[in-house]
Design a protein around this ligand. Structure first.
Ligand code: HEM
Length: 517
């Protein structure tokens, strides 16, 4: 009898536990999301009909599969409906501001610069949030680095991080950039001399930019730092090459193996970086190394006296990871897409080469101060960042109710600003929106866009990219060195298939025919 009583208790316990979990699932997968849906409709925000618990994820995946199976054989730049087929379809029926759902998380889609302007005039940089679902998902990559922090924490981080990127400090890193680029140039000569002029330029530039960011971020020279670099890349692959269900409650348990793998890699990277930081802290005053970590530690030290203004070692780790993930692939892709567009437009190759000859002169002993005079190159960069923005979207989360005309964006709403959509919108850029025309930036920093907030390659407001000066310098150094040595043609093997893997990249690499001049 006693045994039966115990057995009964155990069964009752499991029944209660099962019911408890069942109700948690019902509430988080159906009841709460449906309440949110009704509330958003009341606020004037509608969009494609979601079905919970996946929201619109299945439809997005279906549309992406259909599109990605159609590789574009002609090199058209009209890429919006190719990289974001679901947004371009929904735009037709819901306009440029609507709500879609990633799982049970509503996202306000915005491709309307005037709407963005109205919001950003009432919300200051430190009052913007970053979507919690992405913060959690990307925690092993960015932790509490500048990209993800909010409020006064963001102000503290930005004050310490921004000075490291000022042009004077960046000049000290130019030599590292020249060295790494010259090594790449030598590799290309060797490959061409072996009779193979077809080079996967994307792979090469990503490797070189990776080396540059590792050297400029934490002075990568020793094996420890190389280990960090390899693990950071592995972490990125683990997170972005898997089929994930971001926004679906308990979605990370759908692929436990990858989630655990990312967590483990994240922990290993943190430990390695911590050991590099601790040893640099001890020797910082002596060696005064000119990399971002050195500058960050210096800046950190300078404000030591004023309480609460320093970064802890843990926070410095997160900033180093942020520099790597935020700055490596983006810059590499800006250069990669540029080489494709220049290969397609030999007239612009010639124009840039002439400019380099006139402005910079001898590229064997590159004078960095002359790079500022490369005006045409700047126009080409702006146009490439318009047609192929490496960061294809900008994200925000409302931390208060925001009123825009007769719509109220409720506190907590996630926002997805479609940069590709705005950059290719003929209503903003005119009929030639999908053509490569660098001259549109010649006498207008906004490239003739009808709205100041229609061109956002580096984001907007106070949260605009802190590393853009580093990108400008690297872009000009790499292009100057390669254009003065080689000419480029599109290889017949190239398949034009831009795809979003966090950044906007060519999904089959970029094979170009490279010829020494
Ligand atoms: C072509 C190159 C790059 C592009 C297209 C790019 C793009 C962006 C974008 C769109 C944002 C978001 C801005 C916003 O939320 O309004 C951002 C933020 C950021 N970027 Fe970049 N970026 C590039 C290069 C770099 C580099 C080289 C670094 C550092 C080494 C870097 C570090 C950061 C950081 C730390 C933030 C967060 C800023 C904040 O929230 O205060 N980026 N970037």
């Amino acid at each position: 009898m006693e045994f039966l009583g115990l057995y009964g208790l155990l069964v009752a316990f499991y029944v209660v536990l099962f019911l408890f979990l069942f109700f948690i699932l019902i509430f988080s997968w159906w009841v709460f999301p449906n309440q949110k849906l009704k509330m958003l409709k009341k606020c004037g925000l509608e969009g494609p009909t979601p079905s919970f618990p996946l929201g619109n994820i299945e439809e997005m995946k279906r549309k992406s599969i259909i599109k990605s199976s159609v590789v574009s054989s002609n090199l058209l730049h009209d890429i919006h409906s190719y990289v974001f087929p679901y947004f371009s379809t929904w735009q037709k029926s819901h306009g440029k501001v609507f709500v879609y759902w990633l799982g049970t998380e509503p996202f306000l889609y915005i491709a309307e610069p005037e709407f963005l302007k109205k919001m950003s005039t009432v919300v200051l940089a430190k009052r913007w949030g970053k979507p919690s679902v992405f913060r959690n998902d990307r925690d092993p990559m960015f932790g509490s680095g500048l990209v993800m922090v909010e409020g006064n924490e963001w102000v503290r981080h930005r004050h310490i991080v921004a000075p490291a990127f000022n042009p004077i400090n960046l000049k000290g890193m130019a030599n590292m950039m020249v060295e790494s680029t010259n090594q790449m140039v030598d590799r290309w000569f060797t490959q061409i001399n072996c009779g193979n002029p077809e080079i996967d330029v994307e792979r090469e530039i990503i490797a070189t930019a990776g080396e540059i960011i590792a050297r400029t971020s934490f002075g990568m020279k020793d094996d420890n730092a190389r280990d960090v670099f390899d693990k950071l890349r592995a972490l990125q692959m683990t997170l972005f090459k898997t089929n994930r269900y971001v926004g679906v409650p308990f979605g990370k348990y759908f692929n436990v193996k990858k989630t655990l793998e990312a967590k483990k890699l994240g922990k290993e990277i943190d430990e390695l970086l911590l050991s590099i930081i601790e040893s640099r802290k001890k020797s910082a005053r002596k060696n005064g190394q000119q990399d971002l970590l050195g500058l960050l530690l210096e800046e950190n030290h300078e404000v030591d006296g004023s309480s609460g203004k320093t970064l802890t070692s843990r926070e410095v780790v997160d900033e180093c990871k942020t520099f790597f993930f935020g700055g490596h692939e983006t810059t590499a892709l800006a250069i990669t897409w540029t080489l494709l567009l220049l290969a397609m437009h030999p007239d612009w190759q010639t124009q840039l080469r002439d400019e380099i000859r006139e402005v910079v002169g001898n590229t064997e002993e590159l004078d960095i101060s002359m790079l500022a005079g490369l005006k045409k190159m700047k126009c080409v960069m702006n146009e490439v960042l318009r047609l192929y923005p490496p960061s294809p979207n900008v994200q925000r989360q409302a931390r208060e109710d925001i009123k825009v005309d007769d719509i109220t964006v409720p506190n907590g709403t996630n926002m997805w600003i479609d940069v590709v959509g705005m950059h290719h919108d003929p209503e903003l850029w005119g009929k030639d929106a999908n053509e490569f025309r660098p001259e549109r930036f010649m006498n207008d920093v906004n490239g003739g866009c009808k709205h100041k907030m229609g061109y956002l390659p580096f984001g907007f407001g106070g949260r605009m990219c802190v590393g853009r000066n580093l990108t400008f310098m690297e872009y000009k150094i790499v292009l100057t060195l390669v254009l003065s040595k080689f000419s480029f043609k599109v290889s017949p093997d190239y398949k034009h298939s831009p795809a979003i893997m966090l950044s906007l990249r060519p999904s089959h690499g970029l094979p170009l025919i490279v010829e020494p001049l």
